[in-house]
Design a protein around this ligand. Structure first.
Ligand code: PLP
Length: 413
């Protein structure tokens, strides 16, 4: 937690008021929502945008000559432009709408894999990947005969960079790493990972599912080749996400799926493909999702990612300190650089039991392996309780979590 910056006082009460669901009760208690790493709540601005789209602009995009279709297309493409701005991509040609982070990784693993992976080649991932950055690469390796290599981590949950350097070789065809770990909170040294790979001309994909809600991401400053994230974790709708890819790679890759929209011409003899980004967007897209995502990203930018990071770091620091004071509590993931995710265990209790009691107190946390089974195996644990904070969480939420955990631990031991 060395990257604490002083937060200009955000008006959290005002921010919370944007999120209707947070005003509700759960099991007769005010809801304490600490599972934003799984999916964030949605502000009124996003809900209004979805409602407006369906009431006033709904039509298919890029097809009709009529005015309504043009309006829908403009609203959809505004979502893309907002995503381009959010990531500071050079061009909207490099911004592809996908279903989410999982879909973005599958697109690259499948399409890049078909074009560039051959028997004996290597793909590097890490020991802290979400299943969605493991399984697509396993499939790509299965089809191509390439080999999956895994960067190990230390006991704090940090990548062992010396081991990464050793794994990079002329056989490595791509490196695909999580930017921020969903299970540990570790913020990986993205720039260093990319620079080391680029020294050998190897492209890098970053899984930004957990980074984009918490910090400013600049794909040009990172010089990253592919970057993907999910709309629903950044206050946007489910079913929509972004894959950023450098034009030179996207141009070289074959389409992921075939269908309408991704073609230039079709005949039974030969089909030619549409220009970027449409080459990778087969079929009718999630138009309202793109509209809602654009508004969500604008919402984040209006608050300011640095302000969000600073606020969340204060919550993380307070929660870490108070939770560690509980007898028998162990935090899994103690990296120097962490986002606002705390995974923990209490000696003599099962994470599921803890989570169930917290739920009865109106506190929503995640329990289990967090789609990172190999990581849980690395720590020799079945899973953890995970509390994750977003900008709408408060110190009161931290206090309720700590009080709830104490109470649950006393009941279970
Ligand atoms: C680090 C990470 N990668 C990928 C994903 C997959 O995201 P989605 O299920 O939205 O595609 C998640 C979701 O929790 C995640 O935390």
């Amino acid at each position: 937690m060395s990257n604490i910056i002083t937060a200009p006082a955000l008006d959290i009460a005002r921010i919370r008021a944007d999120f209707p669901l947070l005003e509700g009760e759960m099991r007769g208690k005010p809801l304490v929502f600490l599972d934003s790493a799984a999916s964030s709540q949605k502000p009124q601005q996003v809900l209004d945008a979805l409602d407006y789209y369906y009431r006033h602009q709904n039509a298919n995009v890029h097809r009709g000559v009529y005015e309504l279709s043009q309006q829908a297309t403009d609203a959809f493409e505004l979502g893309r432009e907002r995503a381009r701005h959010f990531l500071n991509a050079g061009s909207t040609q490099e911004v592809i709408f996908v279903k989410g982070c999982t879909d973005g990784i599958n697109l690259v693993a499948s399409s890049f894999g078909r074009k560039f992976l051959r028997e004996g080649d290597e793909v590097i991932i890490s020991a802290m990947e979400h299943h969605s950055n493991i399984v697509p690469w396993q499939l790509a390796c299965e089809y191509s005969g390439a080999i999956l290599k895994v960067i190990p981590i230390n006991d704090r949950g940090e990548l062992i960079m010396e081991e990464y350097k050793k794994l990079l070789s002329e056989r490595t065809k791509i490196v695909s790493i999580v930017h921020v770990s969903n299970a540990l909170g570790t913020i990986n040294p993205a720039k260093e990972i990319i620079d080391l790979a680029h020294e050998r001309g190897i492209p890098v994909l970053l899984d930004g599912a957990q980074a984009t809600p918490h910090m400013k991401v600049d794909v040009q400053a990172l010089d990253v080749d592919f970057y993907t994230f999910s709309g629903h974790k950044v206050f946007g709708p489910t079913g929509i996400g972004i894959l950023y890819g450098k034009k030179k790679w996207l141009d070289a890759m074959p389409p992921y799926q075939g269908g309408g929209e991704m073609i230039a011409t079709v005949s039974f003899e030969k089909t030619t493909y549409n220009e970027l980004p449409f080459k990778f967007e087969a079929g009718t897209p999630d138009i309202s999702g793109a509209v809602g995502l654009g508004v969500a990203l604008e919402y984040i930018e209006q608050i300011g990612q640095e302000n969000i990071s600073a606020h969340e770091q204060q919550l993380l620091e307070a929660a870490t300190k108070q939770l560690l004071a509980i007898d028998g509590l162990r935090i899994v993931g103690t990296a120097e650089n962490k986002a606002s995710v705390i995974s923990f265990l209490i000696e003599g209790t099962h994470p599921y039991d803890l989570g169930t009691i917290l739920d009865k107190l109106g506190i929503a946390v995640r329990t289990g392996h967090h789609c990172t089974q190999p990581l849980m195996d690395r720590f020799e644990i079945p899973g953890t309780v995970r509390a994750s904070f977003a900008v709408y969480n408060t110190m009161e939420d931290v206090d309720k979590l700590v009080a709830g955990v104490k109470r649950a631990a006393n009941m279970l031991r």
